[in-house]
Design a protein around this ligand. Structure first.
Ligand SMILES: *Cc1c(COP(=O)(O)O)cnc(C)c1O
Length: 470
């Protein structure tokens, strides 16, 4: 054990030594002043998301001038490893040549045309491809612009389906404790993350949240599978009693992202599928964050070998380039709306539905998956990161070090009140973009990350933990 530990430790040291020069940022004072000025202008004119703007008095937003691969470059020329894939959206790096070329090509043809009454090759091709690569018979793609809008579509579609079937009491939704589905009012109703939800509670529809299978909440000695089955029993009790009033069960499969990358056993999804079938409740899977390879399979639901009734995708769909999302529905749902009566149609719309440039970015993204055998390549990368992370996992302040596909997370044992922002600032100093969720630090790097970059990530994180603990 000790020898193995030392061996890995030595490898880490060697890599640190060989990469030191790579991390040096050359600061040009003129560019630095220009960068600071941009930060100030942003504070005057831009209202930044998920931000108490007054905190920017101490740390103005960092102006990014360009990106390449896993790296972001600020206006002063410093570089930062994008370890959170720009809020979980980026898959194949910034300024990816394949996606850039597809977008340029599309720009010369048609940038956008309304999808009501019109169609175009990119939206048709993308819908056909998505149908092919998703499990089961998710035969119909309804597009929107962002994740929350795809959730709104899924909720309205499920409700409307039951109305059309004469089951008019099925108006309720159930989701998982700690689930996150976005922040528009419908999506926020089925979300269970207090900091986003509390203030707006009077505006929201009531929604039940059944116990989470997130393994961090298990009893000591309880396996992930046993705990997931126990959580599924709670779902069963809920549905047995309330199915007549329930339209759908919506959940984040395998990883509850915003809750702090809570990971759970796929057996929960299998049980959820069985229960939803038994009680005639739609199963809506929100794979907005976990779809497209994040959990180690193309879709998280592949690991449970199940098909949802509605599947929501966004974030990585366009490689993280453009705001595009989709709610994919089964043929059964689609058929219920198909009628001579206009009133039975799904009369929902967004101005940018099926945007042609977004669809081309998505098609290029799917091409990369196929051509570069990404799912297999990621297994090798994940194994390497796990190998070099042994010292981090064993760090005195690190708890629950965990990994699922291309997501890593751990809790930091600290009394620091503002740990998340302190860690973010310390990360920038070390050339890393880390954005902890409370006391949970996570890595969700673009899939183009290479071994020396993973070394920098682990080395930098260890430094940051030691600095913040001191
Ligand atoms: C990000 C996210 C959403 C919302 O997507 P937006 O594009 O931010 O509206 C919904 N569900 C999950 C699981 C997400 O991670």
């Amino acid at each position: 054990m000790i020898t193995e530990g030392n061996r890995i430790y030595n490898i880490i040291l060697k890599n640190i030594a060989s990469n030191r020069t790579l991390t040096m940022n050359k600061i040009n004072p003129d560019q630095s002043a220009a960068s600071a000025q941009l930060g100030q202008r942003s504070m005057q004119a831009v209202w930044h998301p998920c931000t108490q703007m007054k905190q920017h008095e101490n740390h103005p937003p960092l102006p990014i001038a360009r990106g390449k691969g896993v790296w972001l470059f600020d206006a002063a020329g410093n570089r930062y490893l994008d370890a959170v894939s720009s809020w979980w959206v980026n898959l194949f790096g910034h300024s990816n040549s394949v996606i850039n070329a597809a977008i340029r090509d599309q720009l010369e043809k048609i940038e956008h045309v309304m999808l009501a009454g019109f169609t175009h090759e990119p939206v048709i091709a993308l819908s056909e491809r998505l149908k092919q690569i998703t499990p089961g018979s998710l035969g119909h793609c309804f597009y929107a612009s962002d994740g929350a809008s795809a959730i709104e579509i899924a909720l309205k579609m499920s409700f409307h389906y039951w109305q059309l079937c004469g089951k008019t009491h099925k108006t309720g939704f159930v989701s998982l404790q700690n689930d996150y589905h976005g922040e528009t009012l419908g999506a926020l109703s089925v979300t269970d993350v207090a900091i986003f939800k509390q203030t707006y509670a009077p505006l929201l529809r009531p929604c039940t949240h059944v116990p989470t299978p997130d393994w961090r909440y298990a009893e000591t000695g309880e396996s992930a599978e046993a705990f997931a089955l126990r959580a599924a029993d709670a779902l069963e009790r809920y549905l047995a009693e309330n199915h007549a009033q329930t339209a759908a069960f919506i959940l984040e499969p395998l990883v509850q992202g915003a809750a702090g990358m809570g990971m759970y056993h796929p057996v929960y999804l299998q049980r959820a599928r069985l229960l939803c079938d038994r009680y005639q409740v739609h199963l809506i899977l929100d794979e907005i964050a976990v779809g497209f390879g994040r959990t180690g399979t193309l879709f998280a639901c592949n690991q449970a070998e199940i098909t949802p009734d509605i599947l929501c995708l966004s974030k990585g769909l366009s490689g993280g380039y453009l705001p595009i999302s989709v709610a994919m529905a089964t043929d059964v749902i689609y058929q219920a709306f198909y009628s001579d009566q206009i009133s039975r149609a799904f009369l929902h719309s967004h101005s940018h539905t099926g945007n042609a440039i977004g669809c081309r970015a998505a098609l290029a993204t799917l091409d990369i998956f196929a051509q570069d055998n990404i799912i297999e390549a990621n297994k090798t990368k994940a194994a390497y990161l796990n190998r070099i992370a042994t010292k981090l996992a064993a760090h005195g302040r690190v708890k629950n070090f965990r990994n699922c596909g291309m997501i890593w997370a751990f809790e930091v044992d600290t009394a620091m009140q503002d740990f998340a922002s302190a860690c973010f600032q310390a990360g920038l100093k070390h050339g890393l973009v880390l954005r902890p969720l409370g006391k949970t630090v996570y890595f969700m790097p673009p899939y183009v990350i290479e071994e020396p970059e993973m070394d920098l990530l682990i080395d930098g994180t260890l430094h940051i933990l030691d600095t913040l603990s001191a």
